[in-house]
Design a protein around this ligand. Structure first.
Ligand SMILES: NC(=O)N[C@@H](CC(=O)O)C(=O)O
Ligand SMILES: [Zn+2]
Ligand SMILES: [Zn+2]
Length: 437
């Protein structure tokens, strides 16, 4: 395996140093790195920020079933290009990832592709139908070692089923990741319920449909003493509820997506389904509240909710459009734009919310580690000084439904290393043949 000498990188935005990547680990840093480098390939990282490899707790890879939108291979290559070294693959595939067989299939596809570690999420209910508990234990003890369980795409609406799932996952230190959407309050919903939906005459998805489920679930988690994770939190009220729950000592974590950190429901005026997503884009006040929640730690992580859809599901009238946006290749740029360049997060905070904390929530022990000697060489090198216009056609995801098409965003991932192996170099993925397990 090739050794790499990363020259003059700034770990977490700090002092420049050299890093020697050998045998899958960070073998040396500082002056030792150059001294011990031998024939290592030199990667010039002057001016680049080194971050622990990013970990996404919420990715839709679409395989099995919707390989026209994305495959494990194309989605994980896009992830590597976005600076990720691990992703959690959501269970809303066809068939649903609700058995040990399906999660092992996805886990194997991830290993064969070799771009990032793929951690399958297991469904909470059989077929995401919200009726019968899936085989959580079998998925947890399978080769895929599932720790995150979610019916994402659907809400676990039945409080009894939610309670039983929360109780069950305690046995293997798992977590239930809830897509908080009260189904009765969102029947036929097309966008955020508010002034814009009223003007456009589109059926609204009210904030209370999210907040009422989160309020219920934090109380259930407290009642049974279990661990809850809130997917794609999007409203000011949700931030308040999570803040209150944490102040009571409830074991809850929460994520925000890049798009909810920057986009608002005003975009629906375009009637362009690129802006149609679940939960919907909210108001400017909500955007400010989720930024503040991420800044003060109420919101633990940024997760992409990368949701690729084929052109025919987006190139249509708004009501017929699918919910979801791609996000793996724009997540870090959006976080830099909204949180770093505004002075609200440091690079060390970015490492926490995009790597360390998601790894901890997903119980992934070899990711999100410090960039110190002896640690696994999972890292990404970012050039924060570049600004680029997003071009979906040039992205690596198989789908083009980016809400940022034509938008200029800061930051470029120049290199990504998975256990010391380069998956991205010079800003481009390393050819498939060279990847291999
Ligand atoms: N976020 C979305 O709008 N869509 C997701 C499902 C989900 O995350 O709820 C999808 O699978 O397309
Ligand atoms: Zn969801
Ligand atoms: Zn999702």
């Amino acid at each position: 395996m090739t050794d790499y000498l990363v020259r003059s990188a700034r770990p977490l935005g700090g002092e420049a140093t050299d890093l020697l990547l050998r045998d899958g680990v960070i073998a040396a840093t500082g002056a030792d790195a150059a001294r011990e480098a031998g024939s290592a390939v030199v990667v010039d990282a002057d001016g680049l920020v080194a971050l622990p490899g990013l970990v996404d707790l919420h990715t839709h890879l679409r395989e099995p079933g919707r390989e026209d939108a994305e495959t494990v291979f194309t989605g994980t290559r896009a992830a590597a290009a976005g600076g990720f070294t691990a992703v959690h693959a959501m269970a809303n595939t066809t068939p649903v990832a609700d058995t040990a067989g399906v999660v092992e299939q996805v886990w194997n596809l991830g290993r064969e592709a070799g771009w990032v570690d793929v951690h399958p999420v297991g469904a909470v209910s059989v077929g995401l139908a919200g009726e019968m508990l899936a085989e959580l234990g079998a998925m947890a003890t399978s080769a895929a070692r599932v720790r995150v369980f979610s019916d994402d795409g659907k809400c676990v609406a039945d409080p009894v089923l939610m309670r039983r799932a929360l109780e069950y996952v305690k046995a293997f230190d798992g977590v239930v990741a809830q897509h908080a959407q009260e189904p009765r309050l969102t029947e036929g919903a097309q966008m955020h319920e508010g002034a814009v939906s009223a003007e456009l005459g589109l059926t609204g998805w009210p904030a209370v449909a999210e907040e009422s489920i989160i309020a219920r679930d934090v109380l259930l988690a407290e009642h049974v003493g279990s661990r809850l994770h809130v997917c794609h939190l999007s409203t000011a009220g949700s931030v308040d509820i999570v803040r209150w729950a944490k102040s009571r000592g409830i074991d809850v974590t929460a994520e925000v997506t890049p798009h909810h950190l920057i986009l608002t429901d005003e975009l629906a005026r375009s009637y362009d389904p690129r802006y149609k997503v679940n939960p919907p884009l909210r108001t400017a006040e909500d955007v400010e509240a989720v930024r503040a929640g991420l800044e003060d730690g109420t919101i633990d992580i940024v997760a992409t909710d990368h949701a690729p859809h084929p052109v025919e599901d987006k190139d249509c009238e708004w009501p017929a459009g699918a919910f979801g946006m791609t996000g793996l290749e724009t997540a870090l740029p959006v976080v830099i734009e909204t949180m770093v360049e505004t002075g609200r997060l440091t690079w060390a905070d970015v490492a926490r919310v995009m790597s360390t904390a998601p790894a901890r929530i997903g119980r992934v022990s070899d990711q999100g580690r410090p960039l110190t000697v002896g640690e696994p060489a999972n890292l990404t090198l970012v050039d924060p000084s570049v600004r680029r216009v997003v071009d979906p056609a040039a992205q690596l995801t198989r789908s083009t439904n980016s809400p940022f098409a034509g938008t200029e965003l800061p930051g470029r991932v120049m290199a990504t290393f998975l256990r010391g192996r380069a998956t991205v170099l010079d800003g481009a993925p390393v050819a498939r043949e060279e990847v291999g397990a």
